[in-house]
Design a protein around this ligand. Structure first.
Ligand code: NAD
Ligand code: TYD
Length: 375
């Protein structure tokens, strides 16, 4: 199968592309990425020379360029991860979120509808399946409270899962209630994708995943930012009182779920993806400080003084918690990383790959594409 992975130079997209390139040598994986500030081709260094891999620098909003690429590569599958993704940026500059996340998704959907319409419809000429798979976020569901005494414990929640704060969870049938410009733009794109299934019969899939952590995440997001600030002994900004709860999943577990859904998911469906792993921000920050201080050979707790409480994010969602029972029950997915292993591996990765971090924080990485791809 020839598959376009949009946003493949970003954090999650690079893990998805790496997994697919290595696991399916007979498939062709074409990464399409505009290389915004969040895209870094160095994230794909280990697969760059594989014969089944191609990198194309293009903007998903450029309908003609995407359509031409689909025709050239005879594309049967799209895994769509390209997006503007940082909530704080969406508060400062919402327009670019509507452009990329909403119009960009629509442009991709239209290109796929046009190209597949020209070449036999929603089944590939060889009888194989065609699929438009959209990667979304749990943030579209809105926010939960810290305490909710009533509620049904999800079927697959492991006994003794790290403190669940309320007994309510995001399930696939929950009504969307986004609060930030970021989540509003993702919600809108999800609706467009479903509308293509319901209106044109396009085989589409949507997954909504909780917060990811792991290697290659841009250090504006909480976990790599905290690790980098410990490394360089700079203040760690904690929004509000650090009471907000996020549900954390290792990015490689997300990538494995994407592979599974892409190959076995029921077209027209939605699956929630998450690890039943809820943490208050302040607790996860303290844990990272503990692990980092040990790995750096510093005294335990030496860097707790870096924690600095700052003004809260506007409209800051209090709690996210995903019920991922459906994908576990129907597709047999389960995360492979325990949180202890995952956070240790992640802290170690950033403390070891300091050249990657320094290139990203200095802006050097923005020159990488030209030097490596000879443009
Ligand atoms: P990221 O910000 O690390 O990467 C986004 C990538 O998209 C970058 O490589 C960027 O260059 C590219 N891009 C941006 N605008 C583009 C455009 N107009 N055309 C082509 N490429 C463009 O993002 P991420 O954290 O890897 O998230 C990937 C997807 O997963 C997003 O759709 C996001 O909403 C979703 N998601 C992320 C998380 C998370 O915790 N990071 C959780 C759930 C869902
Ligand atoms: P983030 O990584 O931006 O992901 P999201 O907002 O999409 O969940 O933030 C995770 C949590 O950490 C969120 O509650 C905001 C908080 N946060 C801070 O307290 N300080 C920071 O510097 C950042 C970036 C985030």
């Amino acid at each position: 199968m020839n598959v376009i992975v949009t946003g493949g130079a970003g954090f999650i997209g690079s893990h998805v592309a790496r997994l697919l390139v290595n696991k399916y040598p007979d498939s062709r994986i074409i990464v399409v990425d505009a290389l915004t500030y969040a895209g870094n081709p160095a994230n794909l260094d280990d697969v760059r020379r594989k014969p089944n891999f191609r990198f194309v620098k293009a903007d998903i909003c450029d309908f003609e360029a995407i359509l031409a690429l689909m025709r050239e590569e005879k594309v049967d599958g799209v895994i769509h991860l390209a997006a503007e993704t940082h909530v704080d940026r969406s508060i400062r500059d919402p327009f670019v979120f509507a452009r990329t996340n909403v119009m960009g998704t629509l442009s991709l959907l239209e290109a796929a509808r046009r190209y597949w319409g020209e070449t036999g419809g929603f089944t590939a000429p060889d009888g194989g399946r065609r699929l438009f798979y959209h990667i979304s976020t749990d943030e579209v569901y809105g926010a939960l409270d810290l305490t909710c005494p009533e509620g049904v414990v999800p079927e697959f929640a492991p006994a003794g899962a790290h403190p669940a704060y309320g007994k309510d969870f995001f399930t696939e049938d929950l009504k969307y209630s986004p609060h930030s410009p970021y989540s509003a733009s993702k919600a809108s794109s999800d609706h467009f994708v479903r509308s293509y299934h319901d209106t044109y019969g396009m085989p589409t899939l949507v997954t909504n995943c909780s917060n990811n952590y792991g290697p290659y995440q841009f250090p504006e997001k909480l976990i790599p930012l905290v690790i980098n600030n410990i490394r360089t002994r700079r203040e760690i900004p904690v929004y509000g009182r650090g009471e907000n709860v996020r549900d954390w999943l290792h990015v490689e577990d997300h990538a494995r779920a994407v592979d599974l859904v892409f190959h076995r998911g029921e077209p027209g469906s939605t699956y929630n993806i998450g690890g039943f792993n809820e943490w208050k921000n302040i607790d996860i920050i303290r844990l990272i400080i503990k692990v980092a201080d040990r790995l750096l050979g510093r005294k335990e707790g030496e860097d707790l003084g870096l924690v600095t409480f700052v003004r809260d994010r506007a409209g800051h969602d209090l709690r996210y918690a995903i019920d991922s029972s459906k994908i576990r029950r129907e597709l047999g997915w389960t995360p492979e990383y325990s949180f202890e292993e995952g956070i240790e591996q992640t802290v170690r990765w950033y403390l070891t790959n300091t050249a990657w971090l320094d290139a990203v924080t200095s802006g050097e990485y923005l020159k990488y594409y030209d030097s490596m791809y000879g443009v």
